[in-house]
Design a protein. Sequence first.
Length: 126
Amino acid sequence: MAEIRIIVSDKEIRNVLDGLRSFMGPTGAKPGCIQCSIACDADNPNLITYMEKWQSEECLRPHLQSHQYRQLLSIIELAVREPEIGFYHINQTGGLEVIEEARTIALTDGKPVTPEDFKKEMWNHS
């Protein structure tokens, strides 16, 4: 996963968002690209986060080396201060089952919470 966080001026925010949107289309169509997204911070609308999820580093590397990636680099240059850039290598992912496992281990009234109890707790709030 690649994540870029930039703070832009009020004057440049529309240009940055439009540029990121136009960058996302071709990027999302590349082999190995799972997802691209843009998020604006709820507390600071000038803080923009752009993320890409890739199947593997082998899929990401040609993207980073591409001519098209220069478009993203030029968008980043519109930031009012140095961007935060992170590349994360995730070996394993999980969903609801991670919460179920953690809740199963937790103790309630001296008894372990079973997966069935967890599901009742999550979905039957009566």
